[in-house]
Write a protein that binds this ligand. Sequence first.
Ligand code: NAP
Length: 281
Amino acid sequence: MSAVMMDGKTLAAKIRRDIREKCAAMRRPPSLAVVLVGDDPASAVYVRNKEHDCAECGITCADHRLPASATQQELLALVDRLNRDAAVDGILVQLPLPLHLDAQQVLRAIDPGKDVDAFHPENVGRLLLGQPQYLPCTPSGIMELLRAYDISPAGKRCVVIGRSNIVGKPMAMLLLQADATVTVCHSKTPDLQSHCLQADILVSAVGHAGLITADMVKEGAVVIDVAMNRGQDGKLCGDVDYAAASEKAAYITPVPGGVGPMTRAMLMKNTYLAAQRRRNG
Ligand code: NAP
């Protein structure tokens, strides 16, 4: 069997076009404030990508840069100003923050109605209760990708590897709410292979190139590779041995071009939703 490649890049482009049309119909375009502290090169690239996506979708994007030496108070004051600014619909604080700053306190300070990353405890709690106002971008992008390929998690055995707050835990929650039977694995899980072999849908979000080999993939499974690693050749790759796993899986996401573009598209969707919600009072 050779798996169908789940093309997140093309689907994300379609979603951006849809959002562009919706934004164009608004009297004032949605606006996203992106806060970047310090000069981490990877974060700078992520912020540039967000600016690019916003431009394509017709969303106003304002960058707020603070030096790496910024204090917690300075950062909180900026978040407070953006919370109160009626012209700002969505706020995103680019993570990771420099080590001397308390990221959790900063995330808690964002107005939950403007929290387009859905990392505020109120939005995390709403997700857990099945009453979300925003869905976290990476797991919701994966759910959109599954929908686009007519893959329903209902009644399926799903295995999520990774239990981070931004990917693993909310992914498990969304699959559970879609009526899957979900197992969450992590670094202390013994015999990862036996769990993976049970998976009709396998989601790997670890950050360890080559972790998922073909002998961990069930015949006909759907394999979602969230990770973004640099291989020994310097190229971007995921956790999964793509070529070998493709011989066993029915569907598989590539890296790059799978989950990554969907994550970016979901941020645009959340920003549009934030603007729409605020316009409707
Ligand atoms: P993270 O916070 O470092 O979490 C990694 C998880 O993997 C942890 O729960 C860890 O377990 C688990 N783990 C580590 N080694 C393992 C092993 N040998 N076997 C099983 N589980 C293991 O990372 P993250 O933020 O969730 O990101 C995960 C990956 O996804 C990274 O490569 C990141 O770059 C990528 N990512 C991609 C996107 C995208 O849009 N494509 C978005 C976000 C993240 P413990 O909890 O026990 O430590």
